[in-house]
Write a protein that binds this ligand. Sequence first.
Ligand SMILES: [Fe+2]
Length: 144
Amino acid sequence: METLIEMMRKVLADTFAMYLKSHNYHWNVEGSNFPQYHDFFGNLYQELHGAVDPIAEEIRALDAYVPGSLSRFLELTEIEDELSIPNGVEMARRLMVDNQKVIMTLDIAFKLADELDQQGLADFIAGRLDAHKKHGWMLRSITK
Ligand SMILES: [Fe+2]
């Protein structure tokens, strides 16, 4: 159970890191396709932000505490912190890499939840996998 809890903490940190990066890009993107990128990153950050609280509450439902600080999130996630302002296509490419990392974390969490007969949680994780599969499709399409 402790492995599953720790993996869910990683899911939360990954999701928060990807949320923050897409919000950062929503704010800072420039160029001739500004409206499209601004809206796309806007929709993306809103979807990810909407997932943060439900993920945290799934962790509490496992009777565990939720990490809620930037330093803990940085420890938990392998998603790289963004300090530069790349162009729109490069922003999408970086988020595509991040999205793949979230999917890998979710995959492990799903298998652990399934093994531990946590069917409700496994179902929740499957929903997040589906959302990230769609994010992957859109991010891939932008970078082609
Ligand atoms: Fe905005």
